[in-house]
Design a protein around this ligand. Structure first.
Ligand SMILES: Cc1cc2nc3c(=O)[nH]c(=O)nc-3n(C[C@H](O)[C@H](O)[C@H](O)COP(=O)(O)O)c2cc1C
Length: 190
């Protein structure tokens, strides 16, 4: 699936986004546009240099993160190298995801849920046991990018760490080495 190119300018300063970020858990029943979805995915892991650099730093530039977005229609897998998304599943998995995240309604009622996963072996190949720390740190970088971008777009979100790892993998049919690290429900604040 083609994604609209990310916008690189905004009327919201970085400082205003930092000052305005607050966890939002109540969302209006309004979808995200493809532009908004595209911008969230780009903020998480978008390509920003010809050499392969991305919006978030990565230990050894090994890029272990794989990002999905759960929408009312699909589960999409983000492909940073072409700024495209691949349909990973069809159908609405938001309520199923809510049920494996301590039934937190923010997950089921969000317009979209960004799911950050990590492939630990990519980083382990160079850094061994240290890789576990690095991949988790990278998930934090990507998540904060998404949360600040949401503010800049007039949206809101909340980082969610309370979920069953195996259950999320099952609900989203994630490949065995894509370890779920963070769920980020995003939407128009209620
Ligand atoms: C690692 C981590 C895990 C979190 N998990 C959840 C969660 O499962 N559910 C939730 O509602 N909020 C979760 N939060 C959001 C925090 O509750 C929130 O950031 C905190 O209350 C501070 O509020 P603020 O984000 O509005 O500044 C999590 C935050 C972090 C950093």
């Amino acid at each position: 699936m083609e994604l609209p190119p990310p916008r690189l300018h905004s009327d919201v300063s970085l400082e205003a986004a930092l000052a305005g970020r607050r966890s939002v858990r109540d969302f209006a029943a309004k979808r995200l546009t493809l532009e908004e979805m595209s911008q969230m995915l780009w903020a998480a892991q978008g390509l920003t240099s010809r050499q392969g650099g991305r919006t978030a730093p990565s230990a050894g530039a090994l890029y272990p993160l794989e990002v999905y977005v759960v929408t009312p229609d699909h589960v999409l897998h983000y492909l940073p190298s072409h700024h495209r998304a691949k349909v990973h599943m069809t159908g609405d998995r938001r309520r199923a995801l809510q049920s494996v995240a301590l039934d937190q309604t923010a997950v089921g009622r969000a317009a979209a849920v960004i799911v950050i996963t990590g492939v630990f072996s990519r980083t382990e190949a160079k850094y061994g046991a240290r890789a576990e720390r690095y991949v988790w740190l990278e998930a934090g970088h990507a998540a904060q990018n998404v949360l600040l971008e949401a503010v800049a777009m007039g949206l809101g979100g909340v980082p969610i760490g309370a979920f069953g790892d195996a259950a999320v993998r099952r609900v989203l049919k994630l490949p065995g080495d894509h370890e779920p690290l963070y769920l980020i429900p995003i939407g128009h604040p209620a």
